[in-house]
Design a protein. Structure first.
Length: 110
C-alpha cells in the first residue's frame, strides 16, 4: 500500500468569536464598558451627580463603541470601516469622477 500525500490548508482561517463578535472586536466593547462604568461611578459616587446626568455622560461611550463594532466591523470584510469613511470624505477618491471632469468646448472652438 502506497502512502498518499495530499496538500491541505490545515490552518485555522477564523479569528475566533467572543460574545458574538469576530476576532478581537469584543475587546473594544469590553474596554468601553469599563470606561463607561468607571465614568458613571466617578460622577455618581465622587462628584454626587444625579443618576440620569451620569448616564447621559457615560452611556454614549459604550453605545458609540458598540455601534462601531457591530455596524462597521461585525461580518464585514477587512478594512470596511476605513473604506467607508474614505468614501464619505473623498467621494469618488481615485476612481473615475464624471462630475469632476471638464466639459469639452463646442466644435470649432479651440
Amino acid at each position: 500500500m502506497e502512502l498518499r500525500i495530499t496538500d491541505t490548508n490545515s490552518a485555522n482561517d477564523s479569528r475566533g468569536r467572543a460574545f458574538g463578535l469576530e476576532g478581537n472586536d469584543f475587546i473594544y466593547v469590553l474596554v468601553a464598558l469599563v470606561v463607561a462604568l468607571g465614568l458613571y461611578l466617578l460622577l455618581t459616587a465622587l462628584l454626587h451627580v444625579l443618576t440620569l446626568v451620569a448616564l447621559v455622560f457615560s452611556l454614549p461611550i459604550l453605545l458609540v463603541t458598540l455601534a462601531w463594532a457591530v455596524l462597521l466591523r461585525h461580518n464585514k470584510p477587512e478594512g470596511y470601516a476605513e473604506d467607508l469613511f474614505d468614501h464619505l470624505v473623498n467621494w469618488e477618491g481615485w476612481s473615475f469622477a464624471p462630475r469632476a471632469q471638464p466639459r469639452l468646448p463646442p466644435k470649432g472652438q479651440p
